[in-house]
Design a protein around this ligand. Structure first.
Ligand code: HEM
Ligand SMILES: Nc1ncnc2c1ncn2[C@@H]1O[C@H](COP(=O)(O)OP(=O)(O)OP(=O)(O)O)[C@@H](O)[C@H]1O
Ligand SMILES: [Mg+2]
Length: 401
């Protein structure tokens, strides 16, 4: 098959037996100059850092490359230009793709080789070399075509392989998440009921104590901790058993009021200022209101955790023709790139008391509404989380399914 493609190009440039004979006739005149051809080929590579990088600073690679090129030149002049010849030529593109030599450099190097062959032929005093050199050019065009062909095949192989490994990775990741989800659900279930029992018992004890009993603050602290644990368990359950959204007409203002009421009780929120900027006239959109509240709570809490005292956390709500945009901006400590990339992973946290579920829950909520969520962040500058939701809710709702 590759030989057939080479034959097609040979016909295209009319490379015929006469050309083969002419190229062969030049061989004794050029061969003594192979050393110079290889040196010039190599000098041009060395002059260019981007091209030289493919050699990887390795003397053995240089030796191999010089030997390969010499052998390439020898066979160029001798042929035979059969199936085996073109199969071996095709390996060059593959090797180049692997080591990172881009095709434009290979073509430029082929031109350098042409110039040096021409110079050698003229220097040898070969009589009437024009037609012979034209045959060399035809064969070089054929070499270039086969080289490009093998490049494009090697590139498509690479893309196919990348796609395969990406699919594989997504699969293993979703299997992994499903397993974590099941584990989390059963664990949360195990913890939830005893926790409610403990909380009830402590409340009974607390209520039985006199108001000035010195143990009262201890019990209050225990109840606070139980509350926190209960919150974590609820998060786990939400994460492990996501609810399909119950779509209704939502007003951003009403959701934000509910969120403010919850946040008022959070110590981290007392350190910062929450600003709401509503761009354009008031609007409504279709979504699950409870889930929207949870989404904003998680994002605003993250922003507050990251912010220094007194800084503003901004929530910007806006509407375009088709989508609702909710943007949470802070001027906090930001994230480095590895943290940003892992931020949506369940259980990924950089906080001593975080569960690392906040953003995974947000992502799940947004995706179940057919939207997207993205983070931009700069270390020590701040973070912006942008949520886009289709204004009319997820597709199934619109079509009434
Ligand atoms: C006239 C253009 C070129 C020709 C004919 C050519 C030819 C070859 C050949 C025959 C091989 C050996 C392939 C094999 O192992 O099967 C090779 C490998 C290689 N080529 Fe080229 N090449 C050209 C241009 C370039 C350029 C511009 C670079 C830039 C650095 C380059 C870098 C390499 C490297 C790094 C290898 C791998 C060497 C090794 O590790 O063995 N080539 N090339
Ligand atoms: N606004 C932000 N600024 C800086 N870092 C952030 C911000 N939001 C999230 N992060 C980083 O992403 C990580 C994951 O966030 P996520 O909300 O999923 O979990 P968490 O806040 O650590 O724990 P929790 O489950 O209690 O929300 C955080 O630990 C933090 O490192
Ligand atoms: Mg969080």
């Amino acid at each position: 098959m590759p030989a057939a493609r080479a034959q097609e190009i040979a016909d295209y440039v009319s490379f015929c037996p006469l050309d083969q004979a002419r190229v062969a006739a030049l061989r004794p005149h050029v061969e003594p100059h192979f050393g110079r051809v290889v040196d010039r080929f190599y000098d041009e590579i060395l002059k260019r850092p981007a091209v030289r990088a493919a050699l990887g600073d390795s003397p053995e690679v240089v030796v191999r490359l010089k030997t390969s090129l010499r052998e390439w030149l020898r066979t160029f002049f001798t042929g035979p230009y059969d199936e085996d010849y073109w199969c071996r030529r095709r390996l060059i593109g593959e090797v180049h793709v692997r080591v990172g030599v881009e095709p434009r450099y290979t073509l430029a190097a082929l031109e350098v080789v042409r110039q040096e062959i021409e110079r050698a032929v003229i220097a040898s005093g070969f009589p009437e070399p024009t037609e012979h050199l034209s045959s060399v050019c035809k064969l070089l065009a054929l070499e270039a075509a086969v080289m490009l062909d093998s490049y494009s095949e090697a590139y498509s192989d690479q893309v196919r392989q990348l796609e395969r490994s990406a699919v594989q990775e997504r699969l293993t990741q979703s299997e992994h998440l499903a397993r974590i989800g099941r584990l989390a659900a059963s664990l949360a279930h195990e913890i939830k009921n005893p926790l409610a029992g403990i909380s009830g018992a402590i409340q009974v004890i607390r209520d039985a104590l006199r108001p000035d009993d010195p143990h009262r603050p201890v019990l209050v602290e225990i109840l606070r901790q139980i509350n926190r644990l209960d919150g974590t368990v609820k998060d786990l359950l939400v994460y492990a058993r996501p609810k399909t959204p119950r779509i209704e007409v939502c007003e951003p203002e009403r959701i934000i009021e509910r969120v403010r009421a919850v946040l008022l009780r959070e110590p981290d929120f007392q350190r910062i200022r929450l600003e709401h900027v509503a761009v354009g006239p008031p609007f409504t959109f279709r979504a699950d209101e409870d889930q929207m509240e949870q989404l904003l709570l998680n994002l605003l809490l993250n922003a507050a955790h990251a912010s220094p005292d007194g800084r503003a956390v901004r929530l910007v709500t806006s509407l375009s023709e088709r989508e609702v945009r909710l943007v949470v901006e802070d001027q906090g400590h930001g994230m480095d790139e590895p943290t940003r990339q892992r931020a949506f992973e369940p259980f990924f946290t950089t906080k001593a008391r975080g569960t690392g579920l906040g953003l995974s829950i947000c992502q799940r909520i947004v995706e179940s509404h057919g939207g997207t969520i993205a983070i931009q962040s700069q270390r020590d500058r701040g973070t912006t989380v942008t949520v886009r939701l289709p204004r009319h809710g997820p597709e199934e709702v619109e079509t009434g399914q």
